[in-house]
Design a protein around this ligand. Sequence first.
Ligand code: NAD
Length: 236
Amino acid sequence: MVTGAAQGLGYAIAHAYAAEGMRLALIDVQAERLARVAAEINAEGGDALAIPADLSDADATCSAINRALDVLGVPRVLVHNAAVLVERSLLETSLSEWQRDVNIILQAAFLLAQAVWIPMTEAGGGSIVLLSSASSLRGFAGEIAYCPAKHGQEGLMKTLAIEGRPSNIAVNTVAPGVPIHTPMSERSYTEELKEDWLDPALITPAFIFLARQDASGVTGQRVIAKAGEWQLTLPT
Ligand SMILES: NC(=O)c1ccc[n+]([C@@H]2O[C@H](COP(=O)([O-])OP(=O)(O)OC[C@H]3O[C@@H](n4cnc5c(N)ncnc54)[C@H](O)[C@@H]3O)[C@@H](O)[C@H]2O)c1
């Protein structure tokens, strides 16, 4: 199950998982683009179901995950990759704008994890992966919703990794360890970073590795994904 799969890193993760033979539930707010991604994977011999949903909305998030569970059964891995980075300062941001951006990142992580928790437990385990960032550890001007939401996701991971142990559920975050070329970075990167950005497909081995984990393996970690490799760092 991969959120934010219509473009960017989520698109790359979906293709990498399809190449591993995984059946996929893909969730994104961009319905047409998501349908094209699923059709592309299916035309290549994969098995992908497109579930359009706005993850800022709690009801829509729960409906999407329930549809995925109904059609595809218990997921081996849930990757919550969807996010928005809208650069606004404190005084430029309304409460509803702030809540929307935080909900896509943090509320959806909570709801998605909660929905798969019992099915994964009953299935004997699973793996949950949340998307980390430099903004999960440091502050950046203008990231008035993105930065606290990403910090929150990091905290959620640490708590869920502890709660997941008896259920054999691994919970980790992945931070891209190299600049990646996505629609988000087209908007947010400096010209200097854009000089070195890489195809996000190059960092998907970390996601394949984590899809195979349960609580007996790697859990509670912030994983740094570099081109073709990854490294583990202890949670701070
Ligand atoms: N691009 C980077 O350099 C970078 C660095 C660190 C972390 N990340 C993280 O990687 C992840 C993917 O980033 P990306 O660069 O591919 O971003 P992106 O903007 O290119 O893609 C994000 C995807 O999330 C989807 N999405 C946005 N709002 C949604 C909503 N309300 N409901 C459902 N789906 C929604 C978008 O439609 C899009 O397909 C994000 O979590 C981001 O924070 C990216």
